[in-house]
Design a protein around this ligand. Sequence first.
Ligand code: AR6
Length: 168
Amino acid sequence: MTMLLNALQADITCLQVDAIVNAANESLLGGGGVDGAIHRAAGPGLLEECRRLGGCPTGEARITAGYRLPARHVIHTVGPVWRGGRHGEAELLAACYRNSLQLAARHGLHSLAFPCISTGIYGYPAEEAAQIAVTTVREALHGSALREVLFCCFSATDLAIYRRLLGL
Ligand code: AR6
């Protein structure tokens, strides 16, 4: 089966995919950045379901419904806070992508959109984060039922990085 890896510049809350990924924090109770935007667009049902999950450790992922979003599901993952790069940040960021893909596959989802996890409030350098995202997704997709993975960039700068890494 052909797998499509693509990058686009968009507000992730507008994407009509099986699941969008949320760059959440360990409480899963909302915050700023893309997390705040997703909760605002999804409505209060999302926070209610998140409360029942009881949090999520860094590097892991949890799935909920999408409520008022055009996406059917939200996969919440918690990226690492950048602390200079010698505190396991790369491995934890890779785990976010791997665990999100695994969860999507387990739920029979076909299309998934990622934001640039950890590169906003959590301070992960954009180029290094994008390299990890692309490498990890490419590796994890072998034998996966997923058909389409989108890297949803908020800025033109991020989009340029992903387009280069993906050869687009
Ligand atoms: N659509 C797509 N991407 C977006 C959107 C959007 N609507 N809004 C922001 N981004 P950040 P983090 C991009 O800070 O670094 C929250 O408070 C943004 O430009 O959202 O993982 C959580 O609760 C950047 O490229 O997430 C945590 O406490 C990327 O999304 C903390 O922030 C990630 O930036 C997580 O920090």
